[in-house]
Design a protein around this ligand. Sequence first.
Ligand SMILES: NC(=O)c1ccc[n+]([C@@H]2O[C@H](COP(=O)([O-])OP(=O)(O)OC[C@H]3O[C@@H](n4cnc5c(N)ncnc54)[C@H](OP(=O)(O)O)[C@@H]3O)[C@@H](O)[C@H]2O)c1
Length: 340
Amino acid sequence: MTNTAIEMHMARTGPATVLKAREVTLAPPGPGEARVAIEATGIAFADVVMRQGLYPGVRTPVTPGYDLVGRIEALGAGVEGFAVGQRVAALTVTGSYASRRNIEARWLVPAPEDAPAEKLVAGVLNGLTAWQMFSRIAVAAPGETVLVHGAAGGVGNLLLAMARNAGVKAVGTASAGKRGVVEGLGATHIDYRSGDLVERIRAASDGGVVAAYDHIGGKHLKAVSIAALRQGGMAVLYGGYDATRGGKVRPGAIIDMLLNNSLSAMKLFGVSQGVVGYNVSYWRDARLEAYRTDLAAVLGQIVSGALDPLIGKVLPLTEAAEGHRLLETSAVAGKIVLKP
Ligand SMILES: NC(=O)c1ccc[n+]([C@@H]2O[C@H](COP(=O)([O-])OP(=O)(O)OC[C@H]3O[C@@H](n4cnc5c(N)ncnc54)[C@H](OP(=O)(O)O)[C@@H]3O)[C@@H](O)[C@H]2O)c1
């Protein structure tokens, strides 16, 4: 067993260039752990937020890497149900910008053999997030309409595909240049930068959506997502994109999130609407069986072709900084993947 690994590590916060390659020596996997040789890991918006020092609970020095697909090289004591050589996937939160790593085996899910690693890894953080929000948190019936913000992004493109597969109509917001991506996934495109956003969403959804998936946060949640709901609708807040963009917490942004969105339960009751927060890693930790079932379901849909995650760029692991630059500038549609 090889005990050395290359990692893209951040000793401190700062620009993308703080990501530096380093060689580390790994201890043998401990009890309950597996050693995984990594085939692919995704670049997540959360990694950028960690690099900026704004991610709750994660401080530098840290090796980022929210997910992985790879192959088990060794098992620690007490690990059952997995074998050396088996292909696996996991939501790891940190540590997967690496050629190999040790990981708690309880986070592992068997990964199918017959799909490229970059497609499968796009199903881990992004696919699991999209699937749990779509199938468990805010569910639409065939013929109803949902609102997907950032519809050409890593999570957004999968939400559109899931809606299409379920016979659910989707309205997708994205910048003008990504219209083709959104329409190619069967959704109605709306450029969020031009005016009358809510009016246009309501017009495109015959009077309002039954679910809105919002990664922007701040005032946007109430002013756009909740405003676009029909009675009985549900808004899901799953990101704070605007609060952290540009490497700084925009003055007031967090306060906007906490205060300006203050919602009256009585008012929501009156229109039978709901607002819910969703965080994929909290779900993994609190509902392990749901995590395993749902991640296996997403990987299965990728192999069957029901889901074909949009891959924006595949880069060598050592070009992680370029991947961060592409993500931060919204330069590509779909997932950016690193391969050791
Ligand atoms: N809660 C969770 O468990 C969880 C899990 C995964 C991801 N997330 C969050 O979800 C978000 C998206 O992640 P991702 O990987 O899909 O990122 P991504 O690939 O960068 O997609 C997000 C896209 O949103 C678009 N956008 C920016 N401002 C917008 C606005 N005002 N309205 C509509 N679209 C806008 C941008 O593209 P254009 O401007 O070019 O259209 C951007 O590329 C991030 O904030 C991430 O942290 C949360």
